[in-house]
Design a protein. Structure first.
Lengths: 315, 355
């Protein structure tokens, strides 16, 4: 990871110095364990704050929406796929970007690590394979593979799909991964069981919209839940309104979601709303052979019509 | 000052006795974290909880609260007339609340119980509640209460303060309300006050010494509001913000709400729901104009309100008790300690932050 940081700083400083970009968007070290903060550097001197480690799970494509300047952006696999989606959807221009690709080995799951330990975590350090977690009266070494975010554990596109610079050699992609075991287990439920599962899943939602706002796909100028003339959705904790928000948001992401995990990671009450978007992701793969954000040259299946499009699901 | 001792063996039976005259609330662990819940009969508050994920503000001020009901059925005589809904303001007791969260109610009270306006729902719920605090022996590393007008043994706003002393709880009796609760529970073992006070003081100092995180807010009140408002650092502070409502919803001192009418069929209700200054809709005018249309304006508003406008208006310190929830839960790690530092040191040469 240290070599990544050196290369990120060196590349960013060069791009800023030769005026190829006006800002570089990356991460700076967080103020609490297992968190980093999205951060920008506008001068070559400011790049020293940029870091990289296994706590960079926030999707930085989210910070590109409608920006006008020339930008250098640090991008792991999923960020790069959302950058592609942003380009396809005219939220940023390819010419504006210098993409500093980061081959990714997955981000760690803060929630999972916290749940594994009894005491409060004061510090977390990592090397290539291990995460050392320190508390007041404990120190534990965890294998990074065991504490990855769930979406990272089943990720098959760790390398950036589009980049202008690369901070390290590409990593080996994971093969033979069962990406959809969780979705299949829900598909196998009866309607009543599914309804109960979704109700339980969403019962803690406080409607802070962190999932939506952390998502690079959710850039609507006014989200449907915020429309006031007319108002589409109630504002209370009524379960119907909470469900409406989550279900509809998921549908808005169909064929666009890269399963970057930003939504689940952002949730302050630990809801795995990814199960909704993953189901749609799986459907898009099965019906259209489609994975979002792999190429800026192909239109997504849900905004093109082909006579041969599958329609068996229309009943 | 009166101090009593509760043998932990008598804890469950005392709570059982209390359940006859109070509705009891306390920290309960769900799957991954604790929240305050109504305690079913026989369920004990989980006092191992460092602090709850969400603040207990919803016990007094629920996220969604119905105020009125009405009928839209014109064949009814009372159609379109707002009628108050029945609510349960019978005595309740919150067991195991942390001193910071109780202090927060006093800050929120500035808004809901002022000479100009008295909020009937908040006040009645607040007055119906007895707060049984639990002193913090092991504060979190994100707690900065001691520099936010509070502390692990802080008593303001509490009726009783419980301290863990091995096989016993030591209880400092702070108000008559607290005294009544003790009587109802049958906890009455008085102890040698001088001795216990010394013991408490020592525990208090030990707990305070464990606080490892701080804010400095000494310059905020005197600073020029417009200068602070126009400071260049807001761009950097706001950059990472995704404008979700997490910080405001988990905060024990954020009090903003929105009023909505919700109709179903031919009847409806007027309710208030928490709202957040992070949301664009919060300030959207009927005309379509939005005075806080950009993220940077909204982020600045939140911090200026907590750390400058409130400080100036009430001369009561910052609108923050240092519970650290926003620090722990912000999805992008915007840290109020850091922002407070930037604001407080603005215009001085010292502008590097340790937080």
């Amino acid at each position: 990871m240290l070599s990544y940081i050196d290369k990120i700083r060196e590349t960013s400083a060069r791009l800023l110095k030769d005026c190829s970009v006006e800002m570089v968007i990356g991460f700076r070290k967080g103020t609490v364990p297992m968190m980093n903060e999205p951060h920008f550097a506008k001068t070559a001197e400011a790049v020293d704050k940029l870091v990289w480690d296994s706590n960079c799970g926030i999707n930085l494509a989210n910070y590109l929406t409608n920006r006008q300047e020339k930008i250098g952006i640090i991008a792991k696999g999923c960020d790069s796929r959302n950058i592609v989606t942003h380009i396809i959807e005219n939220k940023i221009k390819r010419e504006q970007l210098i993409i500093i690709g980061v081959p990714c080995s997955g981000m760690i799951d803060k929630r999972k690590i916290n749940a594994m330990l009894d005491g409060e975590i004061n510090d977390v350090v990592e090397d290539e394979n291990n995460i050392t977690v320190k508390g007041n009266d404990f120190e534990k070494i965890l294998n990074k593979r065991d504490v990855l975010q769930q979406n990272c554990a089943v990720c098959i596109h760790r390398n950036p799909v589009i980049y202008d610079e690369l901070v390290a050699d590409l990593v080996e992609e994971q093969e033979g991964v069962d990406r959809y075991a969780d979705v299949r287990s829900i598909e196998a439920m009866s309607s009543e069981e599914k309804w109960k599962y979704f109700d339980d899943l969403l019962s803690n939602c406080i409607r802070c919209y962190a999932c939506r706002n952390a998502c690079p796909l959710c850039y609507c100028p006014t989200c449907f839940v915020d429309e006031s003339r007319p108002q589409w959705v109630g504002k209370s904790q009524d379960p119907t309104d909470v469900r409406t928000f989550h279900f509809l948001r998921a549908y808005h992401c169909a064929g666009r979601c890269t399963d970057c995990g930003a939504c689940e990671r952002a949730c302050p009450v630990g809801i795995n709303m990814r199960v909704f978007t993953k189901k749609l992701e799986k459907d898009c793969l099965e019906l259209f052979g489609w994975e979002a954000g792999m190429s800026a040259d192909v239109r997504p299946p849900l905004d093109t019509y082909k006579p041969g499009d599958p329609d068996d699901f229309i009943k | 000052m009166k101090i009593i001792k509760i043998d932990k063996k008598n804890w469950a039976s005392g709570l059982e006795d209390l359940a006859g005259s109070y509705r009891l609330f306390g920290p309960a662990k769900e799957e991954e974290f604790h929240n305050f819940k109504a305690l079913d009969q026989g369920v004990l508050p989980d006092l191992t909880c460092l602090n709850t994920r969400l603040s207990p503000k919803s016990l007094i001020y629920p996220q969604s609260e119905v105020m009125f009901e009405y009928s839209l059925d014109e064949s009814q005589e009372d159609h379109h007339i707002m009628k108050e809904v029945d609510k349960d303001y019978s005595p309740r007791a919150v067991i195991g609340i942390r001193p910071c969260d109780v202090k927060a109610f006093l800050l929120v009270r500035k808004n809901f119980d002022s000479p100009e306006y008295r909020d009937p729902y908040w006040i009645r719920a607040y007055e119906a509640t007895t707060f049984v605090g639990l002193a913090c022996e092991a504060p979190c590393n994100t707690c900065f209460c001691t520099t936010a007008g509070c502390g692990p043994y802080h008593e303001e706003g509490l009726d009783l303060l419980l301290m863990d002393a091995g096989d016993n709880f030591l209880v400092k009796v702070i108000t008559d309300k607290g005294e009544k609760l003790l009587a109802d529970a049958g906890w009455d073992t008085e102890v040698n006050t001088d001795e216990a006070a010394k013991q408490i003081e020592a525990k208090k100092q030990a707990a305070e010494a464990k606080i490892s995180s701080f804010v400095t807010a000494d310059r905020l009140k005197e600073m020029d509001t417009v200068e602070l408002y126009s400071a260049p650092f807001w761009e950097e502070v706001a950059f990472a913000c995704i404008n979700c409502g997490t910080c405001t919803y988990v905060c024990p001192t954020c009090w903003c709400f929105d009023i909505q009418d919700e109709n179903r069929g031919r009847s409806g209700m007027r309710m208030r729901n928490w709202d957040s200054c992070m949301y664009p809709l919060f300030t959207l005018h009927g005309s379509g104009h939005n005075p806080r249309d950009t993220k940077i304006q909204r982020v600045r508003q939140r911090f200026m309100h907590k750390l400058k406008y409130y400080v100036e208006k009430y001369d009561n310190g910052i609108q923050c008790v240092g519970c650290g929830r926003c620090v722990r839960l912000c999805p992008v790690n915007i840290d109020i300690r850091r922002v407070c530092y930037m604001m407080n040191s603005y215009g001085t040469s010292d502008n590097t932050c340790a937080a």
